[in-house]
Design a protein around this ligand. Structure first.
Ligand code: MN
Length: 728
C-alpha cells in the first residue's frame, strides 16, 4: 500500500479491530483491504469520492457497531467486489477461502434481487433469506452496507432515495430489530423516515432540539436523588437520559393523534449496572420505586422472561418531579450489550469459541422458521412481504405448557397457534383448549402468563375457519395446506359419487349444463359442487331430480332457490311425513299440496294454505311475511289448514343445541331428553369445532309445549349455551 492516505485508513481499521474483536488475524484484514482497494481503484461513488471509501466505511461499521470477527470485517471490505468489479466470487474464494467468499456471495445476491426494483419472485426472495440466515454474518455485513448507504443517501437522485428509504423501512429495519441490533434499527428508521417524510422529520428534530436544554435539565433533576441513593448503597452504575428516536416519536404521535408536547414519555432514563448479578436490577428498581411512585401497569420484567431476540431489561414508568411520567430502564452491562448489539453480542460472549453457540443456533433456526413458514406455497409477493413485516414487528406474549415450559408467541395468538407451535400434529388434531384450567373457545386470544393445555382427538382435523383467527405463520401454513389437500381429496371423491349417481339414474348431464346449473345455485364452480357432495351439503340425487324436473318444465331463472341442505331436507321430509299430512277444513284428504320454501313450515307451526294456480295448496307459516301480504291482497284464496296433531299423533320436531365440547356431553343431552316423558329421539347429528359442539336432535313430541319443556331441560345441562327450534 503506497498511498499514504489509505495506509492511514488501514491502520485506523486495524487499531479499531484490536479494540473490539476477540481474536484478530491482522494479515487477513490487510489482504482484504489491499484486494478491495485494488479492485475498486477506478470506481467513483455518487458523492464523487473513490468507491473504496464505501467498503472501508462498511468494514468500520462492522468492526465498531456490530463487532463479530475478523472474517466479517474482511468480507465487508470485499462485499462489493463481485458486484461492481471485474473480479468474481470465485476469485475471492481462491484468494480468501470459502467462508469469506460465501459471505460476499450472499451479500451480492441480496443486492441483485433488490436491483430489480421490486421483489417479483417470492420464491427467490425466500431462497435469498434462507441463505442469509445460513451464515448470519451475511446479514450483518448487509446491515452495515445499508447503513452506510443510508448515511450517504443525499448524493443519489430523489427517486432512488425514496425507493431505498422505503425498502430500508420495510425490510432492513425490521430485520435489524429481529437480530436485536437496536441502534442500527433506530438509525435505519430515522434515516428512512428523513428521506420519506422530510417535513415531519425536520419538524420533530427542530422541536426536540429546542426542548433539549429543558429536557436535560429535567433529567438531571430526576436522576440526582437516584444517583445519590445508589452510590450510598454501593452500586457501580451509569445513569443517563435516553435519546428518543425521531421515527418512534412520530409513530407515537400518529398512533395517539397528539402533538409532540403531549407524547408523554419523552422523558426516559436508563440505568446500566456494572454487575454480573441480574438480581441487582431488582434491588435498584426497589430504590427507584422508593423515590418515585411507579405505575404498576407499566412494569415489565424482561429479565426473568427475555424477549425472543434476547433483550433483557426492567422497564418501569414512574411519576417524576412536577408530576411528569418518566420511563426508566434498568439492566446490567451485559444485558445492555445484548440490547444494543443483539446477536453480535451473543457471538462475543460465547464461551467456547469454535463451537456453535446454542443461542445463535436458536436464533438462526427461529429466523429461518419465519421465512419458511411465511413463504409456504405460492403466495403473492405482496402477501409475503406483509407476512414478514407482521412477523418481524409483532409484540410477543409468554405462555406456558402444562409442564411449565415457556413458549413465546406473537401477541394475538390463539390456542390453535399454541398447538401448532408445540407440533403440527397437535395443531391438526386440536379439538379443545384449556387456558388456566378452563375450557375456552379455540379463537380466544391468549395473554402473557396463560397456561395452555391442548386437547387433541385422533378424529379432529383442522377447521378452515381457524385460518381467520390464527396469527402465526406456522399455524396458517399448516391449516392452508391441510385445507388444500383435503379439498382436493374430497373433490375427487365427490366427483366419483356424482358420476356413480348419474350412472345409476341413467341421466347424462354434460359439463356445460352442470356448470350452468352450479352457477344458478350460486356456487363458484364445479369443484365447489363436488366438494358440497362430499361434505353432505348437496344431495346428488336431489340435484339429478331437480335437473330432470327443469328439463321437463324449464323455469325462468331467479325463481325461488331450491334448498340444497341435505340435513334440513331430510328433516322436514321426515317431519312432514311423520305428522300424517295436512288437514284441510277438518278432513285429511289427499289433496294436492306442498310446502312454501320461504318459511319451511313444520308440524307444530301455525299454518295457513294458499290456493295456487297449478301447484295445489301451498302451506305457509302464519308468521311468514309472504303470506301476510297475500292475506290482504287475495283473501279469497287463503284456506284454513292444520297439522293433524290433535288426535294423538306425535309431531316430529328438531332442536339445535350448542355449547362447550366436553366429554360425555352427548350422553348428558340424550339423557335430558329421553328422561322427560320417555321422549323418543329419532336422530342425532353432532359436530364439534373450535372446542364447541353443535348438535341437532330430531324428536317425537306431543305438542309445542312438550318441545318447550325439553328445551328448558337442555338449557340446564352444564356447558350448553344455546338451544333453539330447528328451522331454517
Ligand atoms: Mn455496498
Amino acid at each position: 500500500m503506497t498511498n499514504p492516505k489509505y495506509k492511514k485508513k488501514l491502520d485506523d481499521l486495524l487499531a479499531l479491530c484490536q479494540k473490539t474483536l476477540p481474536r484478530l488475524d491482522e494479515n487477513l484484514i490487510r489482504r482484504a483491504f489491499d484486494f478491495g482497494f485494488n479492485a475498486h481503484r477506478h470506481d467513483i461513488r455518487a458523492s464523487g469520492e473513490p468507491f473504496f471509501d464505501h467498503p472501508f466505511a462498511v468494514a468500520k461499521i462492522v468492526a465498531k457497531e456490530i463487532p463479530l470477527d475478523d472474517v466479517s470485517v474482511a468480507a465487508a471490505l470485499l462485499h462489493d467486489v463481485a458486484e461492481d468489479t471485474e473480479y468474481t466470487v470465485a476469485d475471492i474464494r481462491e484468494e480468501f477461502g470459502g467462508t469469506v467468499a460465501d459471505i460476499v456471495d450472499g451479500a451480492t445476491k441480496i443486492s441483485d434481487i433488490f436491483k430489480s426494483h421490486d421483489v417479483t419472485q417470492a420464491e427467490s426472495y425466500r431462497k435469498m433469506l434462507l441463505s442469509m440466515v445460513n451464515d448470519i454474518r451475511v446479514m450483518l455485513v448487509k446491515f452495515a452496507d445499508r447503513l452506510h448507504n443510508m448515511r450517504t443517501l443525499e448524493y443519489l437522485p430523489v427517486e432512488k432515495q425514496r425507493r431505498l428509504a422505503k425498502e430500508t423501512l420495510d425490510i432492513y429495519a425490521p430485520f435489524a430489530h429481529r437480530f436485536g441490533l437496536a441502534n442500527i434499527k433506530w438509525e435505519l428508521e430515522d434515516l428512512s423516515f428523513k428521506h420519506l417524510h422530510r417535513e415531519a422529520y425536520d419538524q420533530i428534530a427542530r422541536d426536540l432540539k429546542s426542548r433539549r436544554r429543558e429536557r436535560e435539565h429535567y433529567i438531571r433533576k430526576f436522576s440526582q436523588p437516584i444517583e445519590k441513593r445508589l452510590k450510598d448503597e454501593g452500586f457501580k452504575f451509569e445513569i443517563s437520559g435516553r435519546p428518543k428516536h425521531i421515527y418512534s416519536i412520530y409513530n407515537k404521535m400518529m398512533k395517539r393523534n397528539k402533538p409532540l408536547e403531549e407524547v408523554y414519555d419523552l422523558f426516559a432514563v436508563r440505568i446500566i449496572l456494572d454487575t454480573a448479578d441480574p438480581n441487582d436490577c431488582f434491588a435498584v428498581y426497589g430504590t427507584v420505586a422508593d423515590i418515585y411512585i411507579p405505575n404498576p401497569e407499566r412494569f415489565k420484567n424482561y429479565i426473568s422472561v427475555p424477549k425472543k431476540n434476547g433483550y433483557q431489561s426492567i422497564h418501569t414508568t414512574v411519576v417524576g418531579p412536577e408530576g411528569k411520567m418518566v420511563e426508566v430502564q434498568i439492566r446490567t452491562l451485559k444485558m445492555h450489550e445484548v440490547a444494543e448489539k443483539g446477536v453480535a453480542a451473543h457471538w462475543m460472549y460465547k464461551e467456547h469459541p469454535g463451537n456453535v453457540d446454542p443461542e445463535i443456533a436458536n436464533w438462526v433456526s427461529w429466523v429461518r422458521e419465519i421465512f419458511e413458514n411465511a413463504a409456504e406455497g405460492q403466495v403473492p409477493t405482496q402477501q409475503l412481504m406483509e407476512s414478514f413485516k407482521l412477523n418481524l414487528y409483532q409484540d410477543e406474549i409468554y405462555v406456558f405448557t402444562p409442564k411449565g415450559d415457556l413458549r413465546i408467541l406473537p401477541s394475538g395468538s390463539t390456542p390453535i397457534d399454541f398447538a401448532y407451535e408445540i407440533h403440527s400434529k397437535v395443531g391438526d388434531h386440536c379439538i379443545a383448549a384449556k387456558v388456566n384450567g378452563r375450557i375456552v373457545p379455540l379463537d380466544t386470544r391468549l395473554k402473557s402468563g396463560d397456561q395452555v393445555e391442548i386437547l387433541t382427538s385422533k378424529n379432529q382435523t383442522p377447521n378452515p375457519d381457524w385460518e381467520q383467527s390464527v396469527v402465526t405463520h406456522k399455524a396458517k401454513a399448516h391449516i392452508r395446506r391441510w385445507i388444500k389437500d383435503e379439498q382436493r381429496k374430497a373433490m375427487d371423491e365427490g366427483k366419483e359419487t356424482w358420476e356413480r349417481r348419474l350412472k345409476r339414474a341413467k341421466v347424462a348431464i354434460n359439463d356445460d349444463d352442470l356448470l350452468r346449473f352450479v352457477r344458478e345455485k350460486k356456487m363458484e364452480n364445479t369443484s365447489a359442487f363436488y366438494l358440497g357432495i362430499q361434505e353432505g351439503k348437496i344431495d346428488p340425487d336431489e340435484v339429478i331430480a331437480l335437473y330432470q324436473d327443469e328439463q321437463k318444465h324449464p323455469q325462468p331463472t331467479g325463481v325461488e332457490e331450491a334448498r340444497i341442505d341435505g340435513l334440513f331436507n331430510r328433516f322436514i321430509t321426515s317431519a312432514r311425513g311423520g305428522s300424517g299430512g295436512i288437514v284441510l277444513d277438518g278432513t285429511r284428504d289427499n289433496f294436492m299440496h306442498n310446502y312454501a320454501k320461504c318459511c319451511q313450515p313444520i308440524p307444530g307451526d301455525e299454518v295457513v294454505g294458499f290456493v295456487t294456480t297449478g301447484e295445489g295448496i301451498k302451506i305457509h307459516r302464519k308468521s311468514c311475511h309472504n303470506i301476510r301480504s297475500m292475506i290482504t291482497a287475495h283473501s279469497n284464496r287463503i284456506v284454513d289448514v292444520q297439522w293433524p296433531g290433535d288426535n294423538g299423533v306425535l309431531f316430529v320436531a328438531g332442536v339445535r343445541v350448542s355449547g362447550d365440547d366436553r366429554p360425555s356431553m352427548l350422553n348428558d343431552l340424550t339423557h335430558a331428553i329421553s328422561t322427560y316423558k320417555n321422549t323418543n329421539i329419532r336422530s342425532v347429528n353432532i359436530e364439534t369445532a373450535d372446542g364447541l359442539f353443535q348438535g341437532a336432535f330430531i324428536l317425537n313430541v306431543e305438542n309445542i309445549d312438550h318441545l318447550q319443556r325439553i328445551m328448558e331441560k337442555l338449557k340446564k345441562v352444564p356447558g350448553v349455551r344455546t338451544t333453539e327450534r330447528f328451522e331454517e
